[in-house]
Ligand binder design. Structure first.
Ligand code: COA
Length: 184
């Protein structure tokens, strides 16, 4: 198995949408309504949306590729948080947001996610910013364990809107090594 990790372009949009349609539901809590999940995928994870994100300043998508297909993806965002709960929880500023992190279930537990996380943290550090944060659903025990193994610490809570319901997230952060890059 040859894994390759590289930045997405607009040409990856259709494959990213296909991967996202499989992996986003895995991050949702058990009580999520299927119609809310479907609407979120159609609205926020469509091929059109990925094509736009690929060219959006301050946003970088990394693709985990195997044999030409996309089996995972992450996205970092350089925009600073505005959510009051996030701002009060973080002790590092300014920060990179690890906005998305998804790996196809066929690759869970095989080290692929670790490789994608290493590349994603390297990219975050290359921004020159001193920290990185993310939100993860409080019921997503596997992801919470995974992020903990990769240096993230829980610093607070926030709410995530899915349809007309609010879900509870943990806010995690970690410091990034200094002197790796200059602010993008
Ligand atoms: C989160 C994700 C990227 C992690 O990748 P992975 O390959 O599954 O990660 P790993 O196997 O390296 O680590 C998962 C850890 O959680 C543990 N784990 C698995 N299921 C668990 C559960 N139900 N409760 C607690 N821990 C669990 C594993 O044993 C492992 O820990 P260990 O290495 O100490 O044994 C991947 O599972 C994924 O893409 N999930 C779906 C999308 C998602 O939830 N993304 C995060 C959105 S914020």
């Amino acid at each position: 198995m040859t894994i390759d990790i590289s930045t997405a372009t607009a040409d990856d949009a259709v494959a990213l949408a296909a991967c996202a349609a499989v992996t986003f539901p895995l991050a949702c809590p058990a009580g999520s309504r299927p119609e809310d999940i479907r609407r979120h995928i159609e609205t926020h994870l469509s091929a059109e949306r990925f094509a736009a994100l690929a060219d959006l300043p301050g946003h970088t998508i990394l693709c985990l590729r195997e044999q030409g297909g996309i089996v995972g993806w992450s996205m970092i965002v350089l925009d600073q948080p505005t959510d009051a709960d996030v701002l009060s929880a973080l002790s590092i500023s300014p920060v990179v947001e690890l906005s998305k992190f998804y790996v196809h279930p066929g690759h869970h537990g095989r080290g692929s996610a670790a490789a994608l996380m290493t590349a994603t943290l390297d990219l975050a550090a290359a921004s020159g910013l001193p920290g990185v944060w993310l939100g993860v659903n409080q019921e997503n025990a596997r992801a919470i364990r995974f992020y903990g193994k990769h240096g993230f610490q829980r610093v607070g809570t926030k709410r995530f809107r899915l349809g007309d319901r609010f879900e509870d997230d943990f806010i995690l952060q970690q410091a990034l090594p200094a002197g790796v890059g200059s602010a993008a």
